[in-house]
Design a protein around this ligand. Sequence first.
Ligand SMILES: [Zn+2]
Length: 277
Amino acid sequence: MDVYVSVDMEGVAGVVSREQVMPGESHAYRRACALMTQEASAVVAGAAAAGATRVVVNDSHAQMTNLDPELLDPRAECSMGFPKPYYMMAGVGRNFAAALFVGYHGGAGSAPAILDHTYASRVFRAVRLNGVRQTETTLNAALAGHHGVPVAMVSGDEATCAEARAALGPDLVTVATKAAFGNQAAYSLHPTVARQRLEQAARDGLGRVAAGQLRPWVVPPPYLLECDVTTTHTADYASTIPGVERPAGRTLRFEHDDYPTVFRALLAIALLGGLAG
Ligand SMILES: [Zn+2]
């Protein structure tokens, strides 16, 4: 059984501030990388206990070189670096029995939620698919679902877990690592307790997949992607992408029947829009 693990940083226990998640030389960031890696390892251990024979851990934060490969459970393979196709979901495909999302965060505009954003905080104020507000959890779950891969578990702060269950269904296994007071303040579990819960949740989630309780989350076509961006300058940059329309000054839209193509359009808007000053 192959298991896919996508690991972000904002939802990791003990991580609350922008300084902690900003790549660089700071002690705070380096500590956060270790916390992130150890949460990933806990999930790898849970997946192995549930019968996984191959676990791929995809570094899904910022420049995607945050995981400490040596600290990671050696039963895992690691995918790192940037850019890579499909970004937080690089390499996902039909061979995987399930996907697990670790260290995730609330969507842009969630509150109270630690470091809420959707893909690019400087680019997106809101992302909608067929009129429904999206988060990284739902956008990524839909790509997994396109490949027939169910999401077995989501971890992050309470807002992240609530959004994930509301979208993907109440049977989804979630681990709330923190209760946010605001954008950069939270009550956090001790990292050791968080890891124990993550290991158990990975086992439980994969068990529910095996029992047929958790099914791939499939969003049927056609797809209308709408992005409210932060500035008109951002929209100027991103609207140069072929096929991207601009129905309003700070709104972009993209229509297609193929979800991976929609996902790539979103990433292109994020990357190109991010170049606007
Ligand atoms: Zn992140």
